[in-house]
Ligand binder design. Structure first.
Ligand SMILES: Nc1ncnc2c1ncn2[C@@H]1O[C@H](COP(=O)(O)OP(=O)(O)OP(=O)(O)O)[C@@H](O)[C@H]1O
Ligand SMILES: [Mg+2]
Length: 507
């Protein structure tokens, strides 16, 4: 469906909603969610106002009439979303819940006892409504309707079963009726949908308001976490043109171990042994890769090789690392409060960590000026530090680090920055998500030094793709380039054994 068609559909849906919901009058934006109302701000428009939609449509038209090709590609028509046959019934139950259940009880969902009490009341009201239906439902349908209503009231609406399904690793809601999940590394459409954009908004409110965060037209993006630690991002109109969107990276209850990664074919046993030796030898390591390529997972695995007698300070935006060692201090950055004050950045935390006598600093991801502090730490006795960064190749990672250091605003000459990088970083572990959804360590690359103005690097292991099998799975092999890294001297000096033949090519 084209953007124009989508906008028209969204507008139509909005009109219908305004007509049916009775909450907002035609021509007015739909009222804001509960948090904004509670904060005394009254009505805040949440959905794209009709004027904005008109403007976008006009821009699209003028682009077409002017002979230019609008940047909108025709899309294959998406599968028809599943019509919810019980939508009206559930709506009726919700209305009755609001009327019949004590408001205070509806709000109290913190303690298990309160939840239990609320659940049984909701069940009782739902059963009464269902009993009044002229056409009784089958027992399984009844159970389904009640469980979906319970998910709405006590859980996270239609995505609750997906959150409970351990085979789902990521949930992506693109507006009310397009929900996708990632399973086994592949993205597929989920057979669930929300009743309306308002319903999605309600669930977003449910996620963010206990954390004291707000989402509305003025701040339409928010990062949050579910009680189980899963990472959530929400973004809503007017910046999202497809309705309110939610992206959830589910928290692994049992984080992957090095054996899991070897079993998945992410790397070989030899590479795993080599990485273990690198961590023990206190090399500074940067894990690089694209979004969702498994950087944090690999960082967690690398951190597990840190000896138990070392003091580790971890620094993250949202705590995802799960270290098993005892002597770990976990620090988490903090977003600004509602007045825009009180933010604690990753950079603040890196600087603070240096005063905490760490043996190792593990930073979840470097994105900005903190890279400078991290490099300085690596160069001044905090070797053995680990981090990740977003990049498309090991060489690209170095370029990104340069840019990040520039973002620190210190006005350092490029050569000085490169020298810092080349002397700080010893190894880049580059990871990729391949087309079949598998994750591979595609490069283990040593950062060697400088030649003129250029940082020199040497691949130690690479993954070579040779083809794709009938099931669409990537075939290839990991290959030792035969180059012995220069830092092997450090292994020997520290008495860390290097298995024989590790750098000879193997199949
Ligand atoms: N080696 C692996 N093999 C298969 N799946 C993996 C592997 N590593 C991670 N995953 C899965 O991929 C998803 C993304 O992993 P992870 O959070 O580590 O990626 P990331 O690169 O840190 O992502 P982001 O860029 O969003 O921070 C998770 O659901 C995780 O379970
Ligand atoms: Mg990550």
């Amino acid at each position: 469906m084209s953007l124009r068609a989508r906008l028209e559909k969204a507008r139509q849906a909005q009109h219908e909603q305004q007509g049916n919901g009775g909450q907002a009058k035609a021509g007015q934006p739909v009222a804001a969610g509960a948090a904004a109302a509670r904060s005394g701000q009254g009505q805040v428009p949440l959905y794209m106002p009709a004027q904005t939609q008109d403007r976008v449509l006009r821009v699209l038209d003028s682009a077409r009439l002017g002979g230019r090709t609008a940047a909108v590609q025709p899309e294959p028509s998406p599968p028809v979303p599943r019509e919810d046959p019980y939508a009206a019934l559930k709506e009726k139950i919700h209305e009755r819940l609001v009327k019949e259940i004590d408001k205070e009880l509806l709000r109290k969902t913190d303690s298990p006892a309160d939840r239990q009490k609320l659940a049984s009341e909701v069940e009782a009201v739902a059963s009464r409504v269902l009993d009044e239906e002229p056409l009784p439902l089958m027992r399984s349908e009844r159970a389904q309707v009640i469980s979906e209503v319970l998910d709405d009231v006590l859980g996270f609406g239609p995505i609750t079963p997906l959150l409970e399904d351990d085979s789902v690793t990521e949930i992506m809601v693109n507006g009310p009726d397009k929900v996708y999940v990632e399973r086994d590394g592949r993205i597929e459409r989920a057979r669930v949908s929300f009743r309306s954009a308002d319903h999605v908004m309600h669930i977003i409110e449910r996620i963010v308001s206990p954390l004291g965060r707000r989402i509305d037209e003025a701040s339409p993006m928010v990062d949050a976490r579910l009680p189980d630690g899963s990472r959530v991002n929400a973004i809503i109109p007017p910046v999202s043109l497809v309705g309110p969107c939610i992206t959830i990276r589910k928290f692994a209850r049992e984080p992957f171990t090095i054996d899991d990664l070897v079993r998945f074919g992410t790397l070989t046993r030899e590479m795993a042994q080599f990485l273990e030796a690198c961590v023990k030898a206190r090399l500074n390591i940067v894990v690089s890769g694209g979004t969702g390529s498994g950087k944090t997972t690999t960082l967690n695995v690398l951190s597990s090789f840190i000896p138990h007698d070392e003091r580790i300070v971890t620094i993250e935006d949202a705590a995802e690392l799960q270290l098993r060692q005892e002597h770990v201090v976990t620090l988490e950055a903090r977003p600004p409060n509602l007045e825009g004050k009180g933010a604690i950045t990753i950079r603040d935390l890196v600087r603070n960590a240096l005063r905490m006598r760490p043996d190792r600093i593990v930073v979840g991801e470097v994105r900005s000026g903190e890279a400078l502090d991290m490099l300085q730490a690596m160069n001044t006795g905090h070797d053995g530090s680990l981090t990740t960064g977003h990049a498309n190749s090991p060489r690209d990672m170095l370029a990104r680090l340069e840019t990040m250091v520039l973002m620190a605003g210190m006005d350092l000459p490029l050569r000085a920055i490169r020298e810092q990088i080349s002397s700080a970083v010893d190894l880049i572990v580059h990871q990729a998500r391949l087309r079949d959804g598998s994750r591979k360590v595609t490069h283990l690359t040593e950062v060697q030094g400088m030649e003129g103005d250029v940082i020199t690097m040497q691949d130690i292991y690479v993954f070579e793709q040779t083809g794709v099998d009938e099931q669409g799975r990537v075939i290839g092999r990991f290959k030792a380039t035969g180059i012995r890294p220069k830092f092997l001297e450090r292994f020997e000096a520290m008495g860390i054994p290097v298995p024989q033949g590790m750098f000879a090519d193997f199949l």
